[in-house]
Structures are given as structure tokens and as C-alpha cells.
Design a protein around this ligand. Structure first.
Ligand code: GLY
Length: 578
């Protein structure tokens, strides 16, 4: 009798366990299952790997790699494809940065950041009382910087490309012409942005329609296909001259924007010397100014290097406190010292000097938060919105690696689509400091170094990074997320290097962020234990919950030589290789 009851109890328990396990697995996967294209966020292969924000774009890259294209060809193909299938950030009307490590161990970094138009001026967003006019740098035609993406991608292809340019751009043309089905997150964004599209466009773009967009709806972009075809057939002249340039300038005139034919004609992307530095047995290769990413990342790593982070433990009070205090000091330096190196004498060497960095933590207390008020930027002799940007990582069969971050700045940038040309224009002018001490949409403050000047590039936080371990290619990573990009790259690297995590654990782990001002630790919802939060508050920190902090995409070369690609589980990223 007793045995029979035990048997019935076990049978019922097993049923409930299986039932709840099924519900749990289903709920974890549901958002991805809804996606019209299968999404893989963690993949390991032996030859080549690509990770991007959209499965169709990753697959475009993969097809280029399989045809014999190298990592640069694949990255360029992905970028053009993202301009079609990920219009909120993938772009031809924005800008970005690319870091390359060839299989011979040569490094390069390409700056194709937007720049201020010639008619731009220091106080262009201020009223007669010298106060910032809300939203003028964030939405509409006046927010647009001169786009750099097309020149940058063509420049990269000229230097490194293996396949013909026409072959690399063609998949994007096909996607625009034939259409693609919308994903859950794109539908959500498009529906939320309808009003802004209507308000800021003279000709209604394809993104606008009466009925709400639904998952699986087909988005066909004929105008964009035509613009991409002009670029395929004429190279940079297909964008910066002729029909496309005429359309951009006409759009500017219609909306009182400033970009002229001369601005477009003169735009040049630039190869710059990457920021390179060490952390223990790792070598970090990242982006120099006009991005703050590389300098800030290296500063952060050097500031925490002397501390016993791995002994303290992942998300221990001591580890978070140390990292946050480093972040506070680095963002104070960013606000004062970083800007476009062609216009302002960024004290790059001083900011990375060992003695300076050692001194920077000299007032660090293990027990007490420093106030941001008391942290000024270091002194030398020197002459946050909804954030959307996107990152792509590719490693090819020969071992060439590319880490690329590109952006329109906000979701769908300025919300302005160039009439009859089908592409969105950025709102990158908001990354300048419109007025010293007044925060931009990321809450970042700036100063003289990042003041607006005609032809100057606005400061960025984009941090496309490649990391070697013991001289060998080890990690390729980067993220969208505005000001939180730098701290996300910092933390994901430390998760691997100090906290012994696999790549998926490192990317998917919760994150926190401090950017000097506002003086608060932002942390992801449910990301920190209550006891840890209380202990941090007891030290004097203020905490502020956020939905998420940055969306990392990464590839790791595993000890056996295999490539693991990981997309962020906070997003619809897709990793695939062969
Ligand atoms: N637009 C964001 C950044 O460049 O940091």
C-alpha cells in the first residue's frame, strides 16, 4: 500500500516537474521563436565566425566568407545588409569605427565618424539666452552630421578587400529590393517611432503606415535598393556626388538642415593609429579619438589591474566598488580631455601614462564612495536616450579579425529619411557638447575638447576592440549602448580574464555602470543581490535600476582553435560560422 502511494506520488511529481520545465523552456525561448528567422546566440565552429545584430545580416557575412571573401569583405557586406534589415542603427547615413587585426598580427583602425557641417557652429543649439534648445541636436535635420559610413566601408575595402566590391554590396541590394520580414523588436521600435517619422519627414518613408506593423510583415525598400545600386556602380561618388548627393542636399534644404554639396564632397574617412596597451598577459587593441572608447577602456583596465578582483569575486561588493571608482575617474577625464584629435590637443599619452594612472586611484578608499563632486578631471599641461548603435565581429578562416561599431546615434537617428533615396540620417550632432556641463542624451557632459566646430568630429564612446592573450588572437568584442559601451566591454573582458567565465556567461551576465555624472551606479534590473546593493549604499553609493546596459557581440578563440561567437541574450543578435 505504502509502496503504491509512493509510486503515485513520484509519478505525479514527475508530471509536474516535466510540465513546469516545459513552461520554463518555452518562456525562455519564446521571443526568439517569434523571430521570422532562426536566431542563434551562441555558436562554436572551427573555420570562421560572424556575429551581428540580425540573422539575415550575419548570414550575408557567412555567404561572403564561404565564397572566399575575408573578414573585411564579410564585415562590409554585413554593414550594408544591416542598413537594410536593421534600419534603427545599421546605416549608410551615419558613421562608425573599425578595428582590424590581420592574421600576420598587423593592426589598423579606421575612423569614419560623421563630422559637423561647414555651417555648424559652437552655439548652434543655444537660444539668445545661451541655453540649450531642447531636442534641436537630437531630432530633425539640424541634428545631422555629415555621414561617413559609405566612404569608410569603401576605404576599408580598397585596403583589404579580396572579393569585388559589387559582390560584397549585392546581398544588401537584394534584401532591399525583395524585402524581409520584420522581427519582434523591429516591429516594436517602428510602431513606437511612427509619430516622429511623420513629424520630421516631408515625403513619408516606407517605415510609415496606417496600420501597426506586425511580426513577419514584409518591408521592401525600393528607394534604398536604388541608392545602394548607385554606390555599387559608382563607388563613393554614388553617395557623395551626383543623384544621391543632390537628394541629401535637397532634403537638408527642405528641413532647414546645414549639409552642403561641399561637405559631402570633402568627407574623408581616416586610418588612425589604434590605441594599444597591456593588461597582465593580454594586449588590448582599440579605437583612438575621436572615440573615447580605446583610451577609456585602457585607463579602466590599468586602474583596476593592481586590485585582487578575481579573489574578491564576480559582483562582490569589493569588486563592484573598485570598478565603479575607476569608472568614475575615467569618465571625469573623458568629459574634460577627449575630443577630435584633429581639432583639440587630446593628451593621449598623459592619460595613459603609468604614473598618472597610479596616482588617479591614490584617493580611493576601500570603505567609502568618493563623491563625483570631489573628482575633477586629471590636470595636465595641454595646449544617455534610448541608445542604438550596432556592433559586428568577424573572424575568417585565415585568422583575420574585424571589430566594427556603427551608429545613427539614437534609434533611427534624426528620424529623417532622405526623400526618394530611402535611407535614414544620423543625429550624431548630439554627441558634441552643445554647452559645457550640459548633458547630452546619454547624460554625458563635455567641454572645450568636444565643442562644435565646422568640420570637427563629435566624440564617441564606441569601443570596437580586439584582445590578444599571450600574443595570440583571443577576443573580438564591442557593443551598442552610448556611454555604457565602454563599461560593458570592460566588464565582459574582466568576466573572461578575471572571473573565469565562458564567453556566453561573460556576455549574458548582468552589468553595472558609472559615468562620473550623474553620480550613481546604474545596474540592470534584477542584476545585483539585495545584500550587495545595501552594502554599496552603506559605502555612500546611489543606485539606479535600468532595463539593460549595452548589447555585447563577441567572438573568442578557444584553446583548441575553435571560434565561439556569442550575441547578447538581451537582443536578437545572431552568431553563425562554419
Ligand atoms: N552615438 C554614440 C556614440 O558614438 O558614442
Amino acid at each position: 500500500m505504502l509502496n503504491k502511494n509512493i509510486f503515485i506520488f513520484l509519478k505525479n511529481s514527475l508530471f509536474y516537474i516535466l510540465f513546469f520545465l516545459f513552461l520554463f523552456l518555452f518562456s525562455c525561448q519564446s521571443s526568439i521563436k517569434e523571430h521570422p528567422y532562426p536566431v542563434t546566440q551562441n555558436a562554436t565552429t572551427s573555420n570562421a565566425m560572424a556575429v551581428s545584430a540580425h540573422p539575415l545580416a550575419t548570414r550575408v557575412g557567412l555567404s561572403i566568407l564561404k565564397k572566399g571573401g575575408n573578414a573585411i569583405d564579410a564585415t562590409i557586406a554585413i554593414q550594408f545588409a544591416l542598413a537594410v534589415v536593421y534600419p534603427r542603427a545599421g546605416n549608410i547615413g551615419g558613421g562608425g569605427f573599425m578595428v582590424v587585426r590581420t592574421n600576420k598580427g598587423e593592426y589598423a583602425s579606421l575612423d569614419y565618424r560623421e563630422k559637423a557641417p561647414k555651417l555648424g557652429s559652437r552655439d548652434m543649439y543655444l537660444n539668445t539666452d545661451k541655453n540649450v534648445i531642447p531636442n534641436l541636436s537630437r531630432i530633425g535635420h539640424l541634428a545631422v552630421g555629415v555621414p561617413g559610413t559609405v566612404d569608410g566601408l569603401i576605404n576599408a575595402h580598397t585596403k583589404y578587400g579580396q572579393l569585388a566590391f559589387a559582390e560584397v554590396i549585392q546581398p544588401a541590394i537584394d534584401l532591399a529590393k525583395n524585402g524581409y520580414q520584420l522581427s519582434p523588436k523591429e516591429v516594436n521600435r517602428l510602431n513606437k517611432t511612427q509619430e516622429a517619422f511623420r513629424e520630421h519627414n516631408t515625403t513619408m518613408p516606407v517605415f510609415v503606415r496606417e496600420a501597426s506593423w506586425k511580426v513577419g510583415d514584409l518591408l521592401v525598400q525600393k528607394d534604398l535598393a536604388q541608392t545602394l545600386t548607385l554606390i555599387r556602380d559608382n563607388g563613393r561618388a554614388g553617395f557623395y556626388e551626383g543623384i544621391t548627393a543632390d537628394k541629401i542636399v535637397a532634403e537638408m534644404k527642405a528641413g532647414k538642415g546645414l549639409i552642403s554639396h561641399e561637405d559631402l564632397l570633402e568627407y574623408q574617412s581616416k586610418w588612425r593609429t589604434p590605441i594599444i596597451g597591456d593588461y597582465k598577459n593580454y594586449k588590448v587593441i582599440s579605437m583612438p579619438p575621436p572615440s573615447s572608447g580605446g583610451i577609456a577602456l585602457l585607463q579602466l583596465l590599468k586602474l583596476v589591474e593592481p586590485f585582487p578582483l578575481s579573489t574578491d569575486g564576480f559582483h562582490s561588493v569589493d569588486a563592484i566598488h573598485t570598478m565603479v571608482e575607476a569608472e568614475r575617474r575615467v569618465y571625469a577625464d573623458r568629459a574634460k580631455h577627449l575630443g577630435d584629435i584633429d581639432f583639440y590637443p587630446v593628451p593621449q599619452d598623459s592619460l595613459l601614462e603609468a604614473a598618472y594612472l597610479l596616482d588617479r586611484m591614490s584617493d580611493f578608499s576601500k570603505d567609502k564612495a568618493t563623491t563625483s563632486e570631489s573628482i575633477a578631471a586629471g590636470a595636465f599641461e595641454v595646449a544617455m536616450e534610448s541608445f542604438e548603435t550596432t556592433h559586428t565581429c568577424v573572424v575568417d578562416k585565415a585568422g583575420n579579425a574585424v571589430s566594427l561599431t556603427t551608429t545613427l546615434n539614437g534609434n533611427y537617428g534624426s528620424k529623417v529619411v532622405v526623400s526618394n533615396a530611402g535611407f535614414l540620417l544620423n543625429n550624431e550632432m548630439d554627441d558634441f557638447s552643445a554647452k559645457p556641463g550640459v548633458p547630452n542624451m546619454y547624460g554625458l557632459v563635455g567641454n572645450e575638447a568636444n565643442a562644435i566646430e565646422p568640420g570637427k568630429r563629435m566624440l564617441s564612446s564606441m569601443t570596437p576592440t580586439i584582445i590578444e592573450k599571450d600574443g595570440q588572437l583571443h577576443l573580438i568584442l564591442g557593443a551598442p549602448g552610448g556611454s555604457t559601451i565602454i563599461t560593458a566591454v570592460f566588464q565582459v573582458f574582466l568576466n573572461v580574464a578575471e572571473f573565469n567565465m565562458s564567453l556566453e556567461e561573460a556576455v549574458w551576465a548582468s552589468r553595472f555602470h558609472h559615468q562620473w555624472l550623474p553620480d550613481q551606479i546604474m545596474y540592470e534590473k534584477d542584476g545585483l543581490d539585495n545584500a550587495v546593493k545595501k552594502a554599496l549604499e552603506d559605502k555612500g553609493h546611489t543606485l539606479n535600476e535600468r532595463a539593460y546596459l549595452a548589447l555585447i557581440k563577441a567572438i573568442q578563440v578557444l584553446p583548441n582553435g575553435d571560434l565561439q561567437g556569442v550575441g547578447d541574450n538581451r537582443s536578437e543578435d545572431h552568431a553563425e560560422g562554419y
